[in-house]
Design a protein around this ligand. Structure first.
Ligand code: GLY
Length: 351
């Protein structure tokens, strides 16, 4: 895959107009969701006509084939060619779905991502994973295709609601856990409830650097990139269960609770330090509260984990740690170990 340009800016409109000048294209299309639409127009009003705006409903439950078809049809009826360019402005749902629509339309057109949520800045918009959900399973269908450029303007975070800010913060915590103890300690000290946005900007830059390093080394997840899945095997199962039961939780919250489980499994299997696991779990309980379920849900959660993309031959594979920054990939766990992990989670988190 081509190298991805990532630009930090304090003026997204200016950065976008420069990116458009440098990226030769015939037609421009701008994808956004109904909530982000107000943020989007001032950025593109000089370069894009209103009919080139494509809007989809907001929320992960709309990361579906229906939304995808709407985007494909808008591109087609708007006369998009292989030389056309799409700009995805929004959270992870928009950058994932928009990237997938662009990467498949006429076998692939170029796109630029402008993430407006913390989750999308530090994770979804960087590294070329695109996709949609299918049949209640997260990102079941997708491609690897880098954006031409990712434009990150942390000013958007000043208007982001507190829940979505915390959701993105969970991915930053994951990045710190797979990289450096100092970064992990800094995140546990930072007050995400009353954020200093200047400090948050530097934390975001560090976090994106972790992601950039990993995806540059292993763009298509043959090895090292699996480390970015820490917390996600269980996290995705929690997220899918929450959708099924009609009480959806934000992705980052599910990942945070998944981190508690997978750090516990890391203690059991790969000698991760117990005190670090307990400190992290306490931080997560205080910041994210608890996802509650009883033991009658264990089989269902286990079944959901069997769909994880890291699995092979029906074995559930985890990305674990032996210490902060020390990744242990392809760690198969038995059903008994997984149930024990869920017992620990419920006891630790008061679920
Ligand atoms: N969000 C995990 C990855 O990009 O690989």
């Amino acid at each position: 895959m081509e190298i991805q340009r990532i630009l930090f800016t304090t003026n997204a409109a200016e950065a976008l107009s420069e990116a458009l000048r440098l990226t030769d294209h015939d037609r421009l299309f701008v994808l956004t969701d109904a909530v982000t639409a107000q943020l989007c127009w001032p950025l593109v009003s000089e370069t894009c006509r209103e009919e080139q705006l494509v809007t989809i409903p907001a929320g992960d439950d709309h990361k579906t084939t229906d939304s995808l078809i709407h985007v494909w049809q808008s591109l087609s009826s708007g006369g998009a060619s292989r030389r056309s360019l799409m700009v995805n402005i929004g959270g992870g749902m928009v950058t994932d779905l928009g990237g997938f629509a662009a990467s498949t339309f006429k076998r692939g057109i170029r796109f630029i991502n402008i993430p407006t949520t913390l989750l999308s800045m530090v994770d979804a918009s960087v590294g070329g994973k695109t996709g949609i959900n299918l049949g209640g399973l997260k990102n079941e269908v997708g491609t690897f295709r880098n954006a031409e450029e990712v434009i990150i303007d942390t000013h958007f975070l000043r208007t982001l609601d507190a829940d979505n800010l915390r959701s993105g913060y969970a991915e930053m915590l994951k990045h710190a856990l797979i990289s450096r103890r100092e970064d992990w300690a800094e995140l546990l000290r930072f007050d995400i409830f009353r954020p200093d946005f200047g400090v948050l900007q530097t934390l975001v830059e560090k976090s994106v650097e972790v992601k950039r390093r990993v995806v540059t080394e292993d763009p298509e997840e043959h090895g090292l990139r699996k480390s970015l899945n820490l917390g996600h095997t269980v996290g995705h199962a929690f997220e899918s269960l929450s959708l099924r039961t009609g009480h959806p939780v934000l992705h980052g919250y599910a990942v945070a609770w998944g981190l508690v489980c997978e750090l516990y499994l890391s203690c059991k299997r790969t000698a991760f330090p117990h005190d670090v696991m307990l400190q992290t779990a306490a931080f997560i309980k205080e910041t994210y509260g608890t996802y509650s379920f009883d033991c009658k849900r264990y089989e269902e959660l286990y079944e959901l984990m069997t769909h994880d993309k890291k699995n092979a031959n029906g074995i559930i594979n985890f990305s674990l740690l032996s210490d902060i920054g020390q990744v242990c990939l392809n760690q198969a766990a038995t059903k008994e170990e997984i149930f024990d992990m869920l017992d620990f989670y419920r006891e630790m988190m008061g679920a």
